[in-house]
Write a protein that binds this ligand. Structure first.
Ligand SMILES: NC(=O)N[C@H](N)C(=O)O
Length: 287
């Protein structure tokens, strides 16, 4: 996880190393699809499933699509002691209501989404298995304990394996948001900041990585490791970008407590070793 506020752009950093990012230069770096066999990525799981099943490795079947929004709620800034409760246009409580609504929507999408052509029952079913929604960042202006804020902004991160289901969630959230904001007489605006469609890993690669993991674990322990799990990735990965070029597969490595995006993120050396052995076993099957 890296958040860089230094103001240095990628282009600026490359230029200071005498690399000019002109369109022509970038096109020269481009791979032709026929020159690439496939793409395999090894990454820590960043979640708790592998630890839960007690195995260091898992194969990945797909990567969830994601949308990131920035929501701005504008109200009327005022004195915390003098404006009666029924005379406020408080963007903080509106934001709180919207955030709690988002949680309900994403916990029970079937309750909120209508089956009107935009959303089929299979879409809603697949959402139930993979949909996650998060408000990870919130800021308020002017942010003082004795001031009713004038403005609150917060982010929304929505992920799901089903792209049309994710769209339906964004639509429903935005729709309800404008109604709730009208009711509270605050002004709301939703900006889409990022979109990436879900990626299905190549079934052949997933199977090969699963059996390579099995082989590696058996070689390391001398015992039958049992069924190697096949997981979905809720985190985004480079494989998403590479899927535009070639078939992709991913191998997940167990991490302690399933913790990621935290300084507590940790992976055992032995598990990294097992991943290396699995990649070796994978290459052996290609020889
Ligand atoms: N692997 C990751 O954590 N990728 C992104 N940072 C993400 O999923 O948000």
């Amino acid at each position: 996880m890296c958040k860089c506020f230094s103001g240095v752009t990628v282009q600026g950093a490359l230029r200071s190393s005498s690399i000019e990012t002109t369109e022509e230069n970038l096109l020269q770096l481009k791979y032709e699809p026929e020159s690439v066999w496939g793409y395999v990525e090894v990454h820590i799981e960043q979640g708790p499933v592998l630890e839960n099943v007690g195995l260091p490795l898992g194969s990945v079947k797909g990567i969830a699509g994601q949308t990131r929004l920035k929501v701005t709620v504008k109200g009327t800034q005022g004195h915390a002691g003098t404006v009666p409760m029924n005379m406020r246009q408080d963007p903080m409580v509106a934001a709180a209501e919207l955030i709690v609504f988002l949680e309900s929507l994403c916990k029970q999408p079937d309750y909120y989404l209508s089956y009107d052509g935009q959303c089929t029952s299979s879409t809603v079913e697949s959402l139930a298995g993979s949909l996650v929604c998060t408000v990870g960042e919130i800021s308020t202006w002017p942010s003082a304990s004795n001031v009713i804020p004038g403005q609150v902004t917060f982010t929304v991160d929505v992920r799901a394996m089903d792209d049309s289901g994710r769209e339906a969630i964004i639509y429903e959230f935005s729709n309800r948001l404008y109604h709730m904001c009208d009711r509270r007489s605050v002004f709301c605006n939703v900006e889409r900041k990022h979109d990436a469609n879900a990626v299905v890993c190549d079934p052949g690669l997933s199977t090969q990585l699963k059996s390579a993991s099995y082989t590696a674990l058996k070689r390391i322990t001398g015992e039958d490791p049992g069924d190697v799990p096949v997981l979905m990735s809720g985190a985004g990965h480079d494989a998403m970008a590479m899927s535009h070029l070639t078939k992709v597969g991913m191998l997940f490595v167990r991490c302690r407590g399933g913790i990621s995006h935290s300084p507590a993120e940790h992976v055992l050396d032995d598990d990294v070793w097992a991943a290396g052995m699995a990649v070796l076993a994978f290459f052996e099957t290609l020889l």
